[in-house]
Design a protein around this ligand. Sequence first.
Ligand code: SF4
Length: 318
Amino acid sequence: MAGTSSTAEKAAHVSEHNRAMAEEIAHLKRARNAVILAHNYQRPEVQDVADFVGDSLELARKAAQVQSADVIVFCGVHFMAETAKIINPGRTVLLPERTAGCPLADTIDAATLVEWKRRYPEAAVVCYVNSSAAVKAESDACCTSANARKVVDSLPQHQIIFVPDRNLGHFVSRHTSKQVFLYPGACTTHVRLTANDVLKARNMYPNAPVVVHPECEPEVVDIADAVLSTSQMLRYVQESAADLFLVGTEAGILHRMQAENPGKTFYVLSRALLCPNMKQTHLKSVLMALQENRYEIELDEDVRLRAKRALDRMLELV
Ligand code: SF4
């Protein structure tokens, strides 16, 4: 019992500490005229101090709408903060943890994409938003997991180079008549979910819908009930009559699912569905970002303008 009480004391201490830090963040946010945006995969306490929580598409839209704030603190990974800067260059954009990158985005650079363009000269390039500004600058249009198929279908070219996520590209290629050339990148977190994990969970909860992200491997996607972006998942679980769900995406999404659906139960399909990069940002990081103006995103203006064209093409469409 002594162990239980010390665990409870520790938890109370942590929540008191977090509450004090959240208050300081709120104070600094007002003083600096800042807005905090957080991705659905962020830590629960970070999501709770954000003005807006969403997926890549929602956050890109939100970043575009920020007019009255001077500073955008972007709690996510590097390409997301870069996207906010591309869209809204007049604001100071801060990424609280300098090394919060995305291994998927890092699988391709601009020079490699230029080579692919030479190899398939008739093809248009669609790049998943999980990519650097330099890669976006070499692309015809960006997409997110919520609109990838729509973006691919909107382009006049029949041939499409899809970068960098092979699984999202493969998912799109099944639902379009276009010829899609897949770049072999993948999300190091989502590929950890196996078909065996899904089958085991289904055995235990045969009536629970299985919802997975299209960054998962095709054999996982094949046996899911729904393949959705995180914002689509949030809508799906709200509208569904089921009361228990098996979720195949980064575990951070469960915080919002649970908060928005208190009567329902959510299980993540594998303990391996944790992105270490998304978890780098703590409350302390947000506080330090506001206190010390760190880490500011800066972009070459030519790259920014070319990357913006690809992002605008997506944002105009959806
Ligand atoms: Fe990148 Fe995957 Fe982490 Fe998202 S979950 S930031 S795609 S590594």
